[in-house]
Design a binder for this molecule. Sequence first.
Ligand SMILES: [Zn+2]
Length: 295
Amino acid sequence: MRAVILALSAVLAACGGGEEPAPPAGEVPETVVEAPVADALHMYVLDCGTIEISDLDIFSTAGDYAGMTDTFADTCYLIRHPAGDLMWDLGLPGILAGAEPQTDGVFAVSLEKTLTDHLRTLGLFPTEIEYVSISHSHFDHVGQIDQLLDSTWLVHEAEYNSMFPPNAGSDEDVDLSAAQFSAFDGLETVPFTGEYDVFGDGSVIIFETPGHTPGHTSLQVDLPETGIVLLTGDLYHRAESRELQRVPRFNTDEALTRASMEAFEARASELGAKVIIQHEPASIDPLPKPPEAMR
Ligand SMILES: [Zn+2]
């Protein structure tokens, strides 16, 4: 039985709408807030797995990637805000942690550390993460939801409906969906369309970039020191995919994906934003990592 609670008003109330505003960039807050609450907006990139791809052909409908190989980073992002924490994307399944790489078709996946272990290095427990959101529901972005079952799920309505089809054609469809995404089913859920301002102050905005999947989303974060960054989700898989506007073969709607790319690029230039391609190692390397991961 699906338990969807439309808790938007409760969530907004809980956020406080500015009861404890973030200190201006560069200033130390006068009152010391109790750990582990963030004193200002921070973003950490978490290593949520590695994906070796033995043939990149499926990543371009243009056919120009056939026979190439690549290594994708699989990344999750912890956004710490004085009003709460958001986990953006949930990586590969935690059961892979420490195991030999698992091969499935062109993919060989591996994971060093679970989200719970990453959070521990920051002095956090998974139960303290108020919000989770996924760019989309593919296997490499939903794997560790089982560790964040106390969080509220912010989800694009179209993605939710693709995961839990309201008019599924058969019991088989319903069963398949239930098995794949069962851990999401009991979460407190806030569906949205268009954009969602997570903390009500414009600093963290989930925005729709549909096409790769029906309700694919990307994330905008206004970091005090870095400026605005846009996390692509899988709108682009590689730096070159962005340069060449390549669309993967496993994609819901190519025309819609191209329209989303155009809107995303317009947004990035309008905001002067730095674009982070989540599977591209060179793109994520410069980002802050939890203390233990720092070299
Ligand atoms: Zn992906």
